[in-house]
Design a binder for this molecule. Structure first.
Ligand SMILES: [Zn+2]
Length: 316
């Protein structure tokens, strides 16, 4: 049974999930002559990524965009230059990884991480940013060869690290994680709270896919480990790049085959079944804080709920 197909919220884009319209043009990454020409082309646009942040700015018409410059205005860098792709007008995009962001260019330009910028930017800019942040995280954590321990150098416009000692090539890694909204036969949703979350926060369960495990098995294992609930049917909904530092969130709806809850107490300190009415009341009274922001968790809960989640009512 699915509650999703006729749902009016089902086709709203999920943060960081919508197509960016950028062709990554991976076949150019090893073509140094092409990359040099692309870099110096007057229409090419460049932005700086540093520590997971970029500069964003508000436009006069009320949008927010990534601050980009022509390459001749960009700060110089020898190696940390990532080619991100081209758009349908042929504009080429690069990110420069630097130790700090450039000084503010005007009053409204400001640094922002993905959690903030992902909510504000267009799909194109959010897509460019998430690509750059994911590469930066990978570069930062993989400076040494996992085969021989020697230093590695950047190649392929930021998409390979090559070991000069043993010749190994290392590629950016993406770690699959599953995130799932579990419902029972009464169509109540299972939400839990992680030990380290802010007080009152409840959200979907989630966890990493383990080596040698299918994602369906992973969904069932994680739900059972964290909440003691067994899961049968699993339906894939959507995915979301989640470079904190290198995950890909795979979002599911899962149907419980048992209802007794036993939390693990380590990762999850409390889990409860919520009817839609329970959830509305709990949010409106401020008893719980639902998932918010760019996370696909918020969308999974909303898909089940059938409309945007309510807001807390002002307390008298
Ligand atoms: Zn090596």
């Amino acid at each position: 049974m699915s509650t999703l197909s006729s749902d009016a919220t089902a086709h709203r884009p999920i943060g960081l999930t919508a197509p960016s319209g950028i062709d990554r043009a991976a076949h150019h990454r090893l073509d140094e002559a092409w990359l040099a020409a692309a870099w110096s082309h007057p229409t090419t646009r460049v932005f700086v990524v540093s520590g997971g942040q970029v500069l964003i700015d508000d436009t006069p018409d009320g949008r927010t965009e990534l601050v980009m410059t022509p390459s001749f205005e960009a700060p110089l860098t020898e190696t940390h230059r990532y080619f991100l792709g081209t758009d349908e007008d042929g504009v080429r995009y690069f990110a420069l990884q630097k130790d700090s962001l450039p000084g503010r260019m005007d009053q409204s330009a400001r640094p922002a991480g993905l959690r903030e910028a992902g909510m504000l930017l267009s799909a194109r800019d959010a897509g460019l940013m998430v690509h750059a942040v994911a590469l930066e995280n990978w570069q930062r954590l993989h400076r040494f060869c996992s085969r021989c321990g020697e230093r590695t150098v950047i190649a392929a416009a930021g998409h390979i690290r090559r070991c000069q000692a043993c010749g190994a090539e290392h590629y950016p890694r993406t770690d699959p994680a599953v995130i799932m909204l579990v419902t029972d036969e009464e169509d109540r949703a299972l939400l839990g709270r992680q030990v380290h979350w802010p007080e009152g926060r409840f959200s979907t369960l989630a966890g990493f896919v383990e080596p040698g495990e299918s994602i369906e098995t992973s969904v069932a294992r994680e739900v059972y480990e964290e909440a003691g609930v067994t899961v049968g049917e699993v339906e894939y909904i959507a995915s979301q790049p989640w470079p904190f530092p290198s995950s890909l969130m795979l979002g599911f709806m899962a149907r419980a085959t048992s209802s007794d809850i036993t939390v693990d107490g380590e990762e999850i300190e409390e889990a409860r079944w919520f009817s839609r009415e329970d959830l509305r009341t709990a949010i409106e009274t401020g008893e719980i804080l639902p998932p918010v922001g760019i996370s696909i968790a918020a969308r999974l809960v909303e898909l089940w709920y059938g409309k945007p989640l309510p807001k807390p009512l002002p307390q008298l």
